[in-house]
Structure formats: C-alpha cells, structure tokens
Design a protein around this ligand. Structure first.
Ligand code: GLN
Length: 541
C-alpha cells in the first residue's frame, strides 16, 4: 500500500523558546497556501497527562479544543495560523503515552511480554503520530517535538522519529531548529552550538534534512555553507529565521527563505508556483498600518507571565486589524485594584477585559474594576471568571445582596449567585473533569449578543466548574442584567449583558480560543469597535 500522508518532524536544539511552534505553524501555512491539507501535532515530554492541571505560571495558557482537550498553547498558534480546528489527537504528552501503555499492560494486551521503553513506549508514540494521517487523511502532518534534543525526557520521541524515518524513507523528514548566537565580544555569529546540537541528534541516529537557524543577524552565504558542510545538509536547506517584528511575519520570512520549496522537494511533492497568502497579507497590511491606537485594560492575576493570556492577546490583534486600530493592552494586576485606586487605574482606558481564572486571589480587584466600568459606561468584556465576577458585582451593588459570591470561594454564602454545576458536585479528580470543549448556545433576539453574532445558534468552547445560578435569573433581568445566551440542552446561562450600558457583555465560554487570522472573533471585533466609539465620544465631551 502506498503511503499518502507525509510526515514532517520539527525538533529543537541548543535552547528552548526558539519558536518551534511558530516555525511549525508557518511552514504549515505555506503548505496549506499551496492547497495541501495540513495539520500540526505537539508532543510534550512532560509527565502530566495534559497541561490542564498546570498553573499558568508553569506553562502559560491552557488551550482548549472543540472536543474538550486541555492542551499546550502552541495548539492555539496552529489554529490561528491554519484556521482549522485541532483535537485530542493533536497534543500528546509522555504522561498520556505511559497511561495508555500501562492500561494495555493491565488489560493483558502484551501477552506476557516485558513492557519496555523500546518497543512499547516508542510504538505508542509512533501510533499517536500516525493517527492523524491514518484516521483523518491529511496530506501532511507536522509533528513538533517539545523540549530540546539531549534532554533525557525527549529520548523516546527522538527514537520514535528515528524508527519512522527508517520505515518511511522519503515520506518523512526532520526539520531541526537551532540557535546561531551573536557573540558581541567576538562580533560574530557562532555556528558551533548548531554543530553540537546536530551531533546530539546524530548520536541518536537521526540526520535532520533541514536546519532552521534562529538568529539576530543575517546568515551570510559563507555561514550557510559552513553549517551545511558540518551538519551534512544541502546549503539551500540551511534556513535563516531572523527575529521578526511580529509572529505573523514568520510565514512570509519562511517563504523568502523557500522553506516550503525545500520541504516539498525533499518529500517529492510538487514544488512549482507560490502559496496563495492573499488573505494573510491583507491581514498583515491592516495589522501594521493602524489608523489609531486604543488602550484596553486586561485585568488578571497571572499577568507576570503574559503567555497565560496568549489567546486573548492574539484575539485582540486579530480584532484590532479588523477595526484598523492598534490595541494597546494595559496589563493590570487584579490584586493591585481596589475601590480606592480604581479611578486612577482605569480612567484612561477605552475598554476593560476581565480575564478568566481560578480561586480567590485578586477577585475583589476584579469586582471593583467591574463596578467602575459599569457605572462609568466604559465597554466591558468578561470572560469566564470575568463574567462570573460581573454577576457577583451586579448582585452586590445593584440587587443589594451584600454577600453575593461564587461557590468557588464562599460556598457557605446564602447568595451563591455563581454556583457549582450539578454534574461537578460529586467529582473528586481534578484532571480533565471540568466542563470542557464546545457547547451550543442559543442567543435571544434583540440583544447585543445577537447583533454581535448575527445568528441565533452558536458554539463556543468552555472550561469551568461553576455557572450562573438560575434561581437569580429573574431578579437580575428585572434589575437590568439579562441572560442573552442560554445552552439549549440544559438551560445554563452562557452570556449576560446590560442593555442599558454602551457595551457590557460577559461570557461563560472562551471566545478567544476560536479567533483566527482568517476569522477574527465577532465578540472581540465588536468590543474593540465599541471601545473606539466610546473613546471618541468621551474625548469630544
Ligand atoms: N474558576 C471558574 C470556574 O471554574 C472560572 C474558570 C475560568 O475562568 N476558566 O467556573
């Protein structure tokens, strides 16, 4: 049987944080622009089953797929670049691989054999890599191997790649990403770390076909030839990846370097012509030439690590481009906001987003900020915990329920306006047990939500255990906060809004996960539009 799907492995050497995710997504974008169906998968060498149980400070945002996988934030980049949804199969961790192997061992599937890293763990890895090609029929699967070559924990992955290269021949190739540092004292770019990191791969039996060299300065022809000679690659397969102004430039930079052509040539696929990136370029044009700048406050408790809010930041970039404005985010620590200083902190902002989150820390700051924007007509966008805080604030300050709270923080409050969901009550396991993934939401006509989405049935992704307490819905609606989006199957309130406010919308789901370059999210677009308008009126007044 001929093999249809081609596999590209992306490994990293020298140091972490070289941007393997962006290089993988950029290559995928170029191949997609040539008409291939492409997906990207991330293999993470840590032992957590998924990043859902990780504190954002450890690993940045946890991204959520339609089918409810809690994943690495690189999957967000894949979706934003390719505009196609990822799934459970797109993110595999060592924990999951071992869990599957151990389950099989307990079932007796190995028929009395000794279960070992090779072949059992490596076979499981190989199977997880090939699932996307076999079951989903992609032309090309790009598999990004997390971590850095030479790490103990990534050894089984590199071994799986070695075996697949042997089995698949021309149907697969390895792109190795390295760093070519500039030594100021010597005034030179240095190739030795790249040579060493390729040597580390070679010791494991893997010869990369393509080297993508991250650098702060141009790679001269001489340097390219030197790297090619020492690392057994063709000179045209030494690709320069120079620091970019924005991640959205990287596909074009890679196109200039002809990364896509080299890849196609080596995979024996048609390499003529150029990818169609018209829409992408139009976005970049708008992104880089904004007509004005607006300041939006992002209030959260993990702001020391901006990656904790990756998808929100990118959704603002997409929505800003759509509105031809540059969204300047003012990062505000929720613990630093109080009733006393809220005016000082928020007075110059054209809109405020209160971020998702868990636990008590910073919650009163979020509530103080919401009170201020509600009373002062500043556009407000609450996501998940941000929406829940808006409900608490309204309960306390408009309905007069001084003890209004969420059961997450004060389960004994007589007014848990945010309560634990029924199906969550009995759960004791933390991993993968939240309400996760895409759910339908029905939007009421003549509401802001309906204007924004322009349709009555939507689907958005969730990640939470608590929800608006339906017992209070009538009282809220009578006092001016309406439930404009409801889950049609179980009646859960998914969107709240205040009609008598320029723009006040809270959503229980995470719209940021669905914003892509090709499809900026309507909630973000309209929030920015409202912020631009309100700003203009305030300035005139
Ligand atoms: N902690 C809240 C809940 O579990 C909100 C979660 C979130 O913001 N993602 O319901």
């Amino acid at each position: 049987m001929g093999q249809k799907t081609k596999y590209i492995f992306v490994t990293g050497g020298v140091t972490s944080s070289l941007g393997k995710g962006i290089i993988s997504a950029s290559l995928a974008k170029l191949l997609q622009g040539r008409g291939y169906s492409v997906t990207i998968q991330k293999l993470d060498p840590y032992i957590n089953i998924d990043p859902g149980t990780l504190n954002p400070y450890e690993h940045g945002e946890c991204f959520v797929t339609n089918d409810g996988a809690e994943t690495d934030l690189d999957l967000g980049h894949y979706e934003r670049f390719l505009n196609i949804a990822t799934s459970q199969a797109n993110n595999i961790t060592t924990g999951r691989i071992y869990q599957q192997v151990i389950n099989k061992e307990r079932r007796g599937d190995y028929l009395g054999k000794t279960v070992q890293v090779i072949p059992h763990i490596t076979d499981e890895i190989k199977e997880s890599i090939q699932v996307l090609g076999k079951e989903h029929d992609y032309d090309i699967v790009i598999t990004e191997i997390g971590g850095t070559v030479g790490d103990i924990e990534s050894l089984p992955y590199v071994e799986a790649v070695r075996q697949l290269k042997w089995e698949m021949g021309d149907n697969c190739l390895v792109v190795h990403l390295t760093l070519v540092p500039f030594l100021a004292a010597a005034g030179e770019l240095k190739t030795k770390p790249t040579q060493h990191s390729v040597k580390a791969l070679l010791e494991l039996g893997v010869q990369p076909e393509i080297l993508v060299c991250r650098t702060e300065h141009e790679l001269t022809l001489d340097l390219r030839q030197k790297i090619a000679k020492f690392c057994n690659v063709d000179p045209d397969a030494v690709i320069e990846s120079i620091d970019a102004e924005t991640i959205y430039d990287v596909p074009l930079l890679m196109q200039n370097e002809e990364l896509d052509k080299v890849v196609l040539h080596k995979l024996k696929l048609e390499e003529e012509g150029e990818p169609n990136l018209d829409k992408w370029k139009a976005f970049l044009e708008r992104h880089k030439n904004p007509k004005s700048t607006i300041k939006i406050g992002l209030i959260g408790k993990y702001i020391e690590l901006k990656d904790s809010y990756k998808s929100i930041v990118e959704a603002f970039i997409h929505a800003g481009a759509e509105n031809e404005v540059s969204v300047e985010l003012e990062w505000i620590h929720s613990e630093a906001v109080s009733e006393e200083n809220v005016h000082e902190k928020l007075k110059d902002l054209k809109g405020v987003l209160v971020a998702p989150g868990f636990g008590e820390r910073g919650i009163e700051g979020k509530i103080a900020a919401i009170k201020y924007v509600r009373e002062n007509g500043i556009p407000f966008f609450g996501i998940c915990l941000g929406m829940q805080c808006a409900v608490i604030e309204f309960g306390r300050n408009v309905l007069g329920l001084a003890d209004a709270h969420t059961a997450e923080i004060d389960p004994d409050s007589p007014n848990c306006v945010i309560d634990i969901m029924e199906e969550q009550k009995e759960l004791t396991e933390k991993g993968g047990t939240m309400r996760l993934g895409a759910y339908k939401c029905e939007i009421a006509e003549n509401t802001k939500a309906f204007d924004i989405y322009g349709q009555s049935l939507i689907e958005e992704r969730h990640r939470h255990r608590f929800e608006f307490n339906g017992k209070y819905q009538q009282a809220y609606e009578e006092a001016g906060m309406i439930a404009s989006g409801i889950n049609p199957n179980n009646g859960l309130v998914e969107i709240v809004e205040i009609p008598n406010h320029p723009w006040f919308v809270g959503v229980q789901f995470h719209p940021e996960y669905k914003s892509t370059v090709a499809n900026p999210h309507p909630l973000f677009i309209q929030f920015i539009k409202a912020a631009t308008k309100v700003g203009a009126t305030l300035e005139k007044a």
